[in-house]
Every structure is written in structure tokens, then in C-alpha cells.
Design a protein around this ligand. Sequence first.
Ligand code: SF4
Ligand SMILES: [Zn+2]
Ligand SMILES: [Zn+2]
Length: 305
Amino acid sequence: MSHPCVCGLLGEFKFPLTSEYFCPNCFSLKFEKKVIKRIPKYIRGHHVAISLSGGKDSVTLLHLLHKYQRKLRINRLTAIILEEEIPEIKMIRRKIVNKLRSHYSDIQIIQKSYTELFGYSLPRLVQQSDEQGLEFTPCAICGVLRRHGILQLSLDTKSDYIALGNTLEDEAGTILLNIMRGTPSRNFRDLIEYKPTDRQSLPLRFKPLSKISEKAILNYTKINHYPILNAQCAYADRSLRSEISTFLAKIEKKDPRVLYNVVSLIKKDMRRKAQVERVQRCRSCTSYSSEPVCSACRIIQKIMS
Ligand code: SF4
Ligand SMILES: [Zn+2]
Ligand SMILES: [Zn+2]
């Protein structure tokens, strides 16, 4: 059955949680409006770093911040890319990054590998961890290093804020993962987007896609045709997160409101408890950390000792 768009053209796309159908142009406009509304005003006049993996979520964010840079009064945009050095992904990412460099020629794109930042590639750390029979999954190692790498590169580029492409599904997955691991207090660290008054000397994160479903992002990428990395990481199946994602996809199919409700509820609770996170210099690498030795140094020391 065909559905008309509000403009009279054929409605081909729809947002989860709504019953309206839109033509490609109206869908794009509505999508952009939804995302732009979630970008905090306090980034105006500042330098924003975008954490770019090359996948559809982060490239969509790059595309939107670039398109609306003037309207959002963003002083400067820098894309930061962390290379885990997983051979298949590395090869495809190289091609995508080259395309992105020519597509967004006015954006500085900085790329650093895990080896350059931490002394080891992800495959090397995973192999060593497996050989030692340690309990770390590849994603657990990768996640810690990525978090530290993003902070490091945003400091190196003197960025004021970090834009992350986490989606509704990512955020819901993080909440469940933290609860299932028995560390629900980590939701505070993983989900909170700080207000500028909480600011110390570190760049603060914001996540404009965190209430946007991946289905809507996928539709937007289909309509707007920009280069994206479309490859599955070989380690993904080893993580609990991938099982949680499958579970969430089933739930979302039955009732798309559930994920939205969970994320909204937890974020609201986190905001209530928001407080300044004290940071210090890591004794080992001098990066910033809430502990005397940062989690990246702790995990690397444990694996390589
Ligand atoms: S799936 Fe896991 S190991 Fe692979 S890039 Fe993502 S976080 Fe890293
Ligand atoms: Zn229309
Ligand atoms: Zn450290």
C-alpha cells in the first residue's frame, strides 16, 4: 500500500515511533531538524572534534555538522580517526577516509593507530590476552583504548568539545551491558553529557544521535549518498554487546518505544546525579584519568606483563 508524504509526493520513508511517511527530501529535512535540535548551544564559537570510525553513524554526524557548521556557529571542525589495525577493516577504512578527505576537503582529518598511541595494535593485544587466558574480550580492550585515544587526539588538536555518533541502540546496549556486568554506576560515566559548568580542562562530549534509531540513520544515508565504511569487525561476535544488540533489535521490532524509554529514563536519572568528575594525570602515560593509573595503561600492563 502506498502512503503520501505531507508534500503530496510518494512517502517511502518513515521514522520509528511515528505513522507518517515521507518522501526522501522531507525525510531528510525532518531527520536533520531532529539531530540539530539535540546539538547543545554551548558549542557555539568553539572547536569541535568528531570521533570518526567511518561507519554510517559517525559519518552521518560528520556530514550534518559540516552541513550546518555555519548555522551552529561551530568555529572549527576536526575529524579524529583511531585505527585499531584489524587488517580487513584497515584496508576498507583507508579507501573510505580517502573519499572523505576529498568530500570534506575543508575539515582537518587526523588519523592515529593504536600502535602509535599505545605501542600495540588491537590484534596484537587480543592475541596476547587470549594466549594468557585472560578474560578480556576484544571489544573490552578496544573500548578502553578508543576512549583514551579519542581524549588524547582531541587534546592534541586543542578541541573544546567531542561529538560522538552513539545511536539510540548503542546507548540502550551500554545501559544493559553495565547492568548485566553488575556495574550500573558506569552508566554515569558512559552516558552523561556534561553541562559546560561542570567543565574542567578536558574537552566535553556530546551525542546528537543518542535518541535517534539506526533505522532512521540508515534511511538518511541511503537518501544522501556519502561514503561509509560497511564492514563487520571480525571480533564483534565475541562480545556480549553483539548478543545484546540482537536482543534489542527483537524488542525494537515489537515496540520501538522501549529503547527510547529506557535511554530517556536513565539519562534523566544520570543528569540528576551529575557532578564534576575529578581527573588527575596518569602516573604511567600522563594522560587524564579518574584513577592514579588510567584504564588504558592498566589493561595494557595486565596483558603484556
Ligand atoms: S567490534 Fe569490538 S573490537 Fe571490533 S572495532 Fe568494534 S569495539 Fe573494536
Ligand atoms: Zn515530501
Ligand atoms: Zn595511562
